[in-house]
Design a binder for this molecule. Structure first.
Ligand code: HEM
Length: 396
């Protein structure tokens, strides 16, 4: 067995820590000391990562993961964890997709899946295009140079979420204030109750209207709504900004895309491969002694899959550090995989694609002025997720 290691903090979204390469060379999984001091494993090889994410013998309930001595303000997913206890939102856990296993997880997930199919995502496309065009106008109004994350990527991600969920226009400002800005858990819950009450009164053709009409219990509806309002919104913003940084740093790839816009479909996958958000995804806990891909994992042990490390596994992606829009990057773990694989991935693809392409078309001389993410930034926890940071761009 190797010595216990801590997650490396010297990586950035477009330049992951070389420590991950060393760990991957040594084995498929490496002993890891978590933030709170407990010990588990981190998976760095692609094949084992996929197997674990598909394996029902692992639980995703955070309660199984020993969470002692944690006193964190707020995680990436709006979950408060204070002294190892999940606070306020725990009442809504029966509907929070990210915290569920087995039949209950399937039941809750099924209540939302049809609104996330390829077909449904296509149906949101024209509204997403319009939301992106509106933000191009906003950038022009702001003038060069501008913080792309604040004035473009974040508003697009919020508008995309509002469209898919069916948040009414008059409550959209509050959604941005509470979910893009910082807010307390109880404020978020109070807000989502207001939205659900409105949907009950005035249902329309959207996901939240489906939920209020469904047979789910009230707590389940509220928990699912909370997880949907929170999940992936910031990741869309991260991917638009980081995708632009990647392209502006690789002028030959940028030119290829400008010359042949059809490259964007595969290109989005390659961007998700080289700049996955999650250094580690939600920790899983083995519910029994397990042997998977030749690795023994004891009952009760925590295991975290590193999407970043798996996406740079040369067994799966030859010459992994080469950024190549024409590469076949499908199957990357940027959206996770298996039981908890990203529900919003089809709509996310459209938002990233539109966000990148409309920006390139509007500004033929787009330049990178500064990207805060070029230097390592702190992670969001309990998952170690990269932050997008300020991305300042300019044009002539
Ligand atoms: C670039 C954008 C996005 C990225 C990179 C992303 C990434 C992920 C990943 C890695 C997971 C799996 C977490 C795990 O297994 O530990 C996940 C789950 C999830 N995502 Fe996304 N996501 C994105 C956009 C979205 C959007 C736009 C939505 C909704 C509108 C969304 C909703 C969800 C939900 C509900 C889950 C939980 C699924 C479950 O537990 O069954 N995501 N996402």
């Amino acid at each position: 067995m190797h010595e216990i290691r801590k997650l490396p903090i010297d990586g950035t979204p477009l330049s992951p820590s070389s420590t991950l390469d060393h760990w991957r060379k040594e084995g498929a999984a490496t002993p890891l000391e978590y933030e709170d001091g407990h010990q588990g494993l981190v998976v760095t090889r692609y094949e084992l990562a996929k197997l674990i994410l598909e394996d029902k013998r692992f639980s995703q309930k955070p309660i199984r993961m020993p969470l002692h001595h944690i006193d964190r303000e707020e995680s990436a997913l709006g979950i408060n964890i204070v002294d190892g206890e999940l606070s306020t939102a725990s009442d809504l856990d029966p509907g929070n997709l990210l915290f569920l296993d087995g039949e209950q997880h399937l039941k809750i997930r099924r209540a939302a899946t049809s609104r996330f199919s390829v077909r449904s995502a296509k149906g949101y496309e024209s509204d997403i295009k319009a939301a992106v065009s509106k933000q191009i106008e906003n950038l022009i109004a702001q003038g060069s140079p501008v913080n792309l994350s604040e004035h473009y990527s974040e508003p697009i991600s919020a508008a995309g979420h509002a469209r898919v969920l069916g948040i009414p226009d008059f409550l959209f400002g509050d959604y941005e204030r509470l979910f893009v800005g910082k807010s307390e858990e109880n404020e978020k819950i109070e807000y989502l109750r207001k939205v659900l009450a409105f949907k009950k009164e005035s249902p329309s053709d959207d996901l939240l209207s489906d939920l209020v009409k469904s047979e789910l219990l009230e707590k389940e509806i509220e928990g699912l709504t909370l997880s949907l309002m929170v999940s992936g919104r910031d990741n869309v913003a991260y991917m638009i900004s980081t995708g632009i940084v990647a392209l502006l740093k690789h002028p030959e790839q940028l030119q290829a895309l400008r010359d042949n816009p059809a490259l964007i479909d595969g290109g989005v996958e390659e961007l998700l491969r080289i700049s996955a958000v999650f250094l580690t995804m939600f920790p899983r806990t083995a519910m029994e002694d397990v042997e998977v891909g030749g690795v023994k994992i004891a009952r009760g042990q925590s295991v975290s899959v590193s999407a970043v490390a798996a996406n740079y596994d040369e067994r799966q992606y030859p010459d992994p550090y080469r950024f190549d829009l024409t590469r076949d990057a499908f199957g990357h773990l940027g959206f996770g995989n298996g039981l908890h694989g990203c529900l919003g991935q089809q709509v996310a693809r459209i938002e990233i694609k539109e966000g990148i392409m409309q920006l390139l078309q509007a500004f033929p001389n787009l330049k990178l002025v500064h990207a805060e993410q070029d230097e390592p930034m702190s992670f969001y926890h309990p998952v170690a997720a990269y932050q997008v940071g300020e991305v300042i761009v300019g044009w002539e």
